[in-house]
Design a protein around this ligand. Structure first.
Ligand SMILES: Cc1cc2nc3c(=O)[nH]c(=O)nc-3n(C[C@H](O)[C@H](O)[C@H](O)COP(=O)(O)OP(=O)(O)OC[C@H]3O[C@@H](n4cnc5c(N)ncnc54)[C@H](O)[C@@H]3O)c2cc1C
Length: 377
């Protein structure tokens, strides 16, 4: 690949120099930050450096759940954090989803408000009972946030309607839905480009050296640097509480007699599935090997993929004849708490990272808050 030093005067002047805001990473956060920076001040030159020919992080690889939190997750969070922190996080997710809708329109991202369900089997009976006894209180908090009177409810017929095996109880969630992840990212890229944001693909940043970035194509100068590399941020911030967490996913062949519609999760959110038309997307199983999945490697492992396939066959679509036609792995950024890190690191270095498993919900809002922080600093 040609080194930056060997570029023409024109190339350097147009693409490399005079950049007001240089962003690393073209995931949901990098693109949203760029869009909001341009919306605030269209005269500023905003450029994104992305190592992949497409965005190569979690944003194009996720399951497309637009979620704000299941009852068991919230009850679990309430054991680790105070009530205000837990429901502030839920509120942020709710605001984030509304923000995404304002930014891109639900029609452009293939949003379907099919609701979601948390599933329970005999082994998780006690967790189910605990959720049910706290449902009124949770619904009260969720009503305050969403305005919807009864967000959670007992879903009596779900397990029999969809012919699940093993699962025998379900709690419904009325305000969650699903999006088309590809369409969302394409819409974000188009919006950014329509505002004259430059996206330079195939540039991997190795390190920050003074006012320059060390990259695979040579030294890249910057004025303001904004790091939106989520689970790949350790190389820039070894001291920040952010770790890579791999997540693996499979998608089945088309199943003509598929009954499934909507999004579902179980085992404290470690497993999740949905329909994509007549196919099933199923992901998770990170808890089978938490240590091994603490990696930036974006390859699947037979241990987890085999487990996903057998759960599909035995529990989720036992009546179906299918093949696994797609499988992939993506990298989340996680840490000790569920809040993202939106921070000024140095005089002209900022970051918006650690989106956890809810980046669809909060990603565009993180971009907005990061743009505000940069402009106000
Ligand atoms: C399999 C899977 C399923 C998920 N399902 C859901 C879901 O259903 N709902 C939900 O809300 N969230 C889900 N998530 C989480 C969600 O996708 C993320 O929280 C969100 O996409 C994070 O966006 P981001 O922009 O912060 O990071 P990313 O999308 O990871 O973007 C970071 C970008 O930075 C680039 N980059 C990294 N390092 C460098 C470098 N050194 N130089 C140049 N470029 C670099 C990467 O290539 C990447 O494009 C899922 C994640 C995975 C992996």
């Amino acid at each position: 690949m040609i080194n930056l030093q060997n570029l023409s005067f024109w190339e350097k002047e147009t693409f490399i120099r005079h950049i007001d805001h240089l962003i690393i990473g073209s995931g949901i956060v990098g693109l949203s930050t760029a869009i909001y920076l341009k919306q605030r001040d269209n005269t500023k030159k905003v450029t994104i450096l992305e190592r992949g020919f497409l965005p190569a992080g979690a944003s194009t690889k996720n399951a497309g759940f637009s979620c704000i939190g299941s009852p068991s997750e919230l009850l679990d969070d309430l054991k680790k954090a105070d009530k205000k922190t837990v429901f502030d996080t839920v509120e942020r997710r709710w605001k984030g989803l509304n923000n995404l809708n304002q930014l891109l329109f639900n029609s452009d991202i293939g949003y379907k408000s099919l609701g979601s369900h948390e599933l329970f089997d005999e082994e998780s009976k006690d967790i189910y009972e605990n959720c049910i006894s706290n449902l009124d209180e949770l619904n009260g908090e969720l009503k305050r946030i969403t305005g919807v009177p009864k967000v959670y409810g007992i879903a009596k017929d779900v397990c029999s309607t969809y012919e699940f095996n093993v699962f025998n109880k379900a709690i419904s969630h009325t305000v969650e839905g699903q999006i088309d992840t590809g369409k969302m990212m394409q819409a974000l890229i188009r919006k950014a480009r329509s505002l004259n944001v430059e996206i330079l693909n195939g540039i991997e940043v190795y390190d920050i050296k003074g006012k320059e970035l060390e990259t695979n194509v040579g030294a890249f100068p910057f004025e303001n640097l904004i790091i939106c590399t989520n689970g790949f941020s350790k190389r820039f911030f070894p001291d920040l509480d952010v770790e890579p967490a791999r997540a693996q996913v499979v998608v089945t062949s088309e199943i003509p007699n598929l009954k499934l519609k909507g999004i579902f999760h179980f085992d404290a959110g470690y497993y999740y599935f949905r329909n994509i038309g007549k196919r099933v997307l199923f992901g998770g199983g990170r808890n089978l090997d938490l240590k091994g999945e603490n990696t930036e490697e974006m390859t699947t492992t037979s241990m987890i993929i085999d487990r996903l396939e057998s759960i599909l066959k035995e529990q989720i679509i036992p009546y179906a004849d299918f093949k696994i036609e797609h499988q992939w792995a993506g990298t989340m950024g996680v840490g000790g708490t569920k809040a993202p890190i939106i921070q000024q690191i140095d005089k002209n270095i900022f970051c918006g990272i650690r989106l956890g498993g809810m980046g669809v919900a909060i990603g565009s809002l993180v971009g907005k808050e990061l743009a505000d922080l940069i402009i106000e600093s």
